[in-house]
Design a protein around this ligand. Structure first.
Ligand code: UDP
Length: 494
């Protein structure tokens, strides 16, 4: 590059999320925060996600029209339209993205592309999901900084980053079936993490397992980024964030993003006026549950959801159902269509009468809920969750204790931290038995209610403080914005 060719190029970030509900939701929150700071943002969705956002989310595409410095772009994910894109399909999704979406993305940002070097809209920074290892090579090729935004928890990601050490020390693959054995070679997690608290896909004897190989590949690429963005806050995960500095010295902990966005939007609206935020849901929300909650006593309802990709078996569905009904608690349950494997439509005929009756008396079932609003509702007293990171943070911000029933990825780690480190609830991991479900609900909603609520309230205050002026996440976001605005960027290329 000839230095005399340098010209002022306005900061333009291209954000590329993993095409799943959780990552898309929180990357959109980050995108909006950057837009508020007058940074130009291009948000690259798969066509499938974009269509779902358009249909189901009261127009996230329309909402973002308020920002002239924001635009959506789309790429195909390469999967057949009827692929359910559920948790068990993630390997296929990634392979298909590599084959179909990545070449198009590459064409967009490299020389000659609409956002390539020298073009009017050239990208000056790429923010990509941490699992997108291809982004490192492409960013290096066009000479723009890459920031990886891993939307899973830092404590979860840390167990990925420790995998080479676990292999070298002979801790992985596990030598026997004892899942209660403590893990010794994950720095900062000594005395906390057992084998069963590692991501569920670590329960394999095969180092060449496809997902294990993906994790190892991600481990090699994460340090290639110029910075790491996390949806967390220092007060929650300081010890892990400190460990993470050994991988990348430039870390931005800017979460909880949904609360952060509300703070910054509120600063832009008239005092006392609640800012409107975008609904980034890719499923149609059933708001009737809010009217139902309005009629329930304070902190009397347990909210139940396994998020957007987790699956359960028919047996597990019935164990949870019996546990809920037998606990005597009121409950609001999200039963996502297609989330139960082997569910025979005829099964509805076989629902035991005590379940139908208990549900009619004390329960409410929806196929998808406005979750942030639900968790903020005064009637909610607890959350039976799959421990997805967004759900965990949303619960923390609203001060709601959790019962954790993790499914995969970072969820096994998150649930351990909720139970053992943050003491915000109970970890039901690896059990799905009606007696245990009932016992845990009684513990969180009755017997130890005050203890958990007090602890959750303290953490909620810390979360809110972190995203307020003077808070740790607020400061990190300001630093991120400045860094994006003043990053040394290449301009024209010869
Ligand atoms: N969610 C929602 N309505 C529901 C269930 C979930 O809006 O009925 C949202 C929830 O608020 C969260 C996201 O879906 O932002 C789920 O993300 P998470 O990381 O918790 O889990 P994932 O779905 O990625 O496993």
């Amino acid at each position: 590059m000839n230095m005399s060719d340098q010209r002022a190029v306005s900061p333009h970030v291209l954000i590329f999320p993993l095409p799943l509900q959780g990552p898309v939701n929180c990357m959109l929150k980050l995108a909006e925060l950057l837009c508020l700071s007058k940074i130009q943002v291009t948000f690259l969705n798969t066509q499938q996600i974009q269509e779902r956002l358009r249909i189901n989310s009261a127009g996230a595409d329309v909402y973002f029209k308020r920002y002239p410095n924001f635009r959506f772009e789309t790429v195909p994910d390469g999967l057949p339209e009827d692929n359910p894109r559920t948790g068990d399909q993630i390997g296929h999704l990634l392979e298909s993205m590599d084959a179909v979406a990545v070449p198009i993305f590459r064409g967009m940002v490299t020389s000659g592309g609409e956002y390539g070097p020298g073009s009017e809209n050239q990208v000056t920074c790429i923010i990509a999901d941490g699992i997108f290892t291809f982004a490192a090579g492409i960013a290096a090729e066009i000479g723009v900084p890459l920031l990886y935004f891993d939307t899973i928890s830092p404590c979860g990601l840390w167990t990925y980053l420790c995998l080479p050490e676990l292999i070298e020390a002979g801790e992985f693959p596990f030598k026997d079936d004892n899942l209660d054995e403590m893990i010794r070679n994950a720095p900062g997690m000594e005395g906390i993490i057992r084998r069963r608290d590692l991501p569920s896909f670590y329960r394999t004897n095969d180092v060449n397992d496809r997902i294990i190989q993906l994790v190892l590949k991600e481990d090699k690429h994460i340090p290639l980024a110029q910075g790491l963005i996390f949806n967390t806050f220092q007060e929650l995960e300081a010890p892990i964030l400190a460990q993470m500095l050994s991988v990348c010295p430039n870390i931005y902990a800017v979460g909880p993003l949904h609360a952060h966005l509300k703070t910054r939007l509120a600063a832009e609206t008239c005092p006392g006026v609640q800012p409107t935020t975008s609904c980034n849901s890719i499923r149609r929300e059933d708001s009737s549950c809010i009217s139902w909650l309005d009629a329930q006593p304070s902190k009397s309802v347990i909210y139940v959801s396994i998020g957007s990709v987790a699956m359960i078996t028919t047996d597990q569905l019935f164990e949870i159902w019996h546990g809920l009904v037998n606990s005597g608690s009121r409950f609001l349950w999200v039963r996502r269509p297609g989330s139960v494997t082997g569910l025979d439509p005829e099964t509805t005929k076989e629902i035991p009468s005590e379940l139908s009756l208990g549900t009619k008396e004390r329960g409410y079932i929806v196929s998808w809920a406005p979750q942030e609003e639900v968790l903020a509702h005064p009637a909610i007293g607890g959350f039976l969750t799959h421990s997805g990171w967004n759900s965990t943070l949303e619960s923390i911000v609203e001060g709601k204790p959790m019962i954790c029933w993790p499914y995969f990825v970072d969820q096994q780690v998150n649930s351990r931290y909720v139970g053992e480190v943050w003491k915000l609830g109970l970890d039901m991991k690896d059990t799905c038995d009606r007696v245990v479900v009932e016992k845990m609900i009684r513990e969180v909603m009755e017997l130890r209610k005050n203890e958990f609520l007090q602890r959750a309230d303290e953490m909620a205050k810390l979360a809110k403080a972190s995203v307020s002026e003077g808070g740790s996440s607020y400061a990190d976001l300001d630093r991120l914005i400045l860094d994006i605005k003043f990053m040394k960027i290449p301009t024209t290329w010869k």
